[in-house]
Ligand binder design. Structure first.
Ligand SMILES: Cc1cc2nc3c(=O)[nH]c(=O)nc-3n(C[C@H](O)[C@H](O)[C@H](O)COP(=O)(O)OP(=O)(O)OC[C@H]3O[C@@H](n4cnc5c(N)ncnc54)[C@H](O)[C@@H]3O)c2cc1C
Length: 569
């Protein structure tokens, strides 16, 4: 059995930031199924929000209101207030840790505009912001190497819960296939989002819901799963992201007739309305036959920005266009469509990163979560661009601090090693023994397609019912697959099969929560219930796994300063 004081699963911004807190006083393990700096945080392009006011006067109060309005008033406002207040000091701290931010001509940290933010508030490192922050944090962790042990390419399978207390996790080393129990006084999940359940997505291959689903299987609910963000500018058919920074720098969106159609949908904010609104506008144009060349294509036009600005501020976006489709945005518009991008829902936590198991806020002792896998909820029904890197850093730090304080007060609880290990060994054995005729790749592709088509930008009850039935059927077929690689060493096939199991479970939860929410709010838009319904649905959903299947409960939204108002831009 491996033993650490605190174990953190995930080495994106949230996991690394948490580790930097814990290692001040206790020994900490950071586990990642991919090499740590390949975590999806490193792909973040556009920026990280803070009301520094370096371009225009700004305040945390404005950041607060923009975030709540952007989230369609489903955000828990007590958490949002602390989140936006913390932002400026977080930026300065990151800078002092070694993160290089782009500058204004007079040497201040530059800030650009982003959708739904009423002021230019995104601090950035050209269009490689996540990369810059992730590497700065990683370097700091390496400096603390004595008290931090990084398990690179290790896979977390399950949580070890004893009643209301978490005592560790079960993991395996992808290189050797060896299954191990990791005993810990506290566990922090920072396992990221689950965009990979969709066909068109901007998310990395690792975004497969492992963390969220292992909490769910242990009896912890998933909060607000129906709220998935579709980002307006994914590369046509591939989903790879062209950051909103492109529009923040002044890029236009054009339909097949060459019109800047956003003036019909959000006249005051145009291309910089929140993402849910822009994604729906694009989809509406395409559904009405006004896509480029009659296809599901919108043009992102940057030509008028000029070569110098594109090369200085958006070099990665230009390179992505050249590398993936041979289009140079200096001379030609980029073909885009909405892409599944961000999971507003996740493991329910309080504003200190403590995982809670019900509407009353009952804590699961020793279990913490932060970043995209957690639901605080600061983003409500729709996250504003650049608020997510901030979420990962602010709540990563908090979860680390609180887990450290907790771990100092308790010893390691006993763990039944062979029992916990056997459950995971049996899972492997089951997959190796299966000898059915089903192909896992087909199952994966069918899941992704039905999720994008029936549980995407626009939803309705009929399509969601078909979606749920299809997923349930796929879950049956999943039990009749066949693995071709039966070896232990670097058997990536078997891990992909386990991830597919997690994604099928997650897909069913998303669609079921979406079917139960008979209203439209933020990223969740029902064509059969096109209006927001505060009377019946100003509440968070909690989906539980029970012996009889899924059960949905709800919990109230925390409203402090801003009463729900009509959301226009
Ligand atoms: C292309 C793209 C661009 C973005 N741009 C921005 C932006 O400009 N601004 C912004 O605010 N937000 C942006 N976002 C969102 C933001 O990047 C993410 O929400 C945030 O980085 C998530 O950080 P995280 O630490 O929670 O998780 P991640 O960085 O996703 O890391 C998850 C970690 O969990 C590990 N993990 C998962 N499952 C397991 C398992 N079973 N076993 C072991 N390890 C596991 C992974 O290996 C990884 O280390 C962007 C997202 C994408 C996809």
């Amino acid at each position: 059995m491996i033993k650490h004081d605190v174990v953190i699963v995930g080495s994106g911004l949230a996991g690394m930031r948490a580790a930097l807190e814990v290692c001040k006083d206790l020994d900490v393990a950071v586990l990642s199924k991919v090499y740590p700096t390949r975590s999806h945080s490193g792909a973040a392009q556009g920026g990280i929000a803070a009301s520094l006011g370096n371009s225009e006067p700004d305040s945390w109060e404005e950041h607060f209101y923009d975030t709540v309005k952007g989230g369609d008033f489903l955000n828990d406002q007590d958490a949002v207030e602390e989140f936006v207040k913390a932002a400026p000091s977080v930026i300065y701290e990151l800078e002092h840790l070694g993160c290089v931010f782009s500058r204004t001509p007079n040497g201040k940290i530059a800030q650009r505009s982003f959708g739904g933010h009423s002021k230019p508030r995104a601090c950035f490192s050209a269009d490689r912001t996540g990369h810059a922050i992730l590497h700065a944090l990683h370097e700091q962790l390496l400096k603390s190497a004595k008290s931090v042990k990084i398990y690179s390419e290790w896979y977390m399978h399950s949580l070890i819960l004893d009643g209301d207390r978490c005592n560790g996790i079960v993991v395996s080393d992808i290189r050797t296939g060896a299954v191990e129990v990791m005993q810990a006084r506290a566990v922090i999940f920072a396992t990221g989002g689950y965009g990979r359940v969709f066909n068109i997505t901007s998310n990395a291959f690792a975004g497969t819901a492992d963390g969220v689903m292992s909490a769910y299987r242990a009896g912890i609910p998933i909060e607000d799963a129906e709220f998935v963000q579709y980002h307006p500018s994914g590369l046509y058919r591939q989903g790879i992201l062209f950051s909103e920074a492109a529009r923040g720098e002044g890029g236009y969106l054009l339909n097949g007739k060459g019109e800047r159609f956003m003036e019909k949908y959000a006249p005051s904010r145009m291309e910089l309305a929140p993402r849910d609104i822009v994604a729906r506008a694009e989809q509406s144009e395409m559904d009405a036959g006004r896509g480029v060349d009659g296809k599901d294509i919108i043009h992102l036009d940057l030509r008028h920005l000029g070569k110098a600005r594109i090369m200085e501020r958006l070099p990665q976006i230009r390179q992505l266009g050249i590398d993936f489709i041979g289009v140079d945005c200096i001379t030609d518009p980029l073909p885009i469509q909405p892409t599944a991008h961000y999971s507003m829902g996740g493991i329910p936590v309080d504003k200190f990163g403590q995982v809670i198991s019900d509407a009353e806020g009952t804590p699961v002792k020793g279990f913490f979560a932060a970043g995209e896998c957690a639901c605080v909820s600061v983003h409500g029904a729709n996250r504003l661009g650049t608020n997510s890197l901030l979420d990962a850093v602010v709540f990563g730090e908090r979860a680390g601090k609180v887990a450290l304080e907790y771990a100092k007060t308790v010893g390691h609880a006993p763990v039944n090693e062979s029992h916990e290990k056997t459950k995971v060994l049996e899972l492997f054995e089951e997959i190796f023994q299966q000898d059915g005729g089903e192909c896992y790749n087909d199952i994966r592709n069918e899941m992704k397609t039905i999720m994008t088509e029936n549980c995407g930008v626009f939803r309705d009850a009929d399509r969601l019912k078909v979606c749920i039935e299809t997923i349930q059927n796929l879950r049956q077929r999943y039990k009749k697959g066949k693995v071709t690689d039966k070896g232990k060493v670097f058997n990536t096939e078997v891990y992909e099969i386990i991830e597919l199991g997690n994604m099928l479970g997650m897909a069913e939860v998303i669609a079921t929560a979406a079917l139960a929410r008979n209203e439209s709010r933020g990223g969740h838009h029902r064509t059969d219930f096109p209006k927001r319904d505060d009377q019946n649905f100003l509440k968070h959903s909690l989906v539980y796994l029970t012996d009889d299947g899924m059960e949905i409960k709800y919990k109230p939204v925390v409203i402090t300063k801003h009463q729900p108002a009509e959301r226009t831009y």
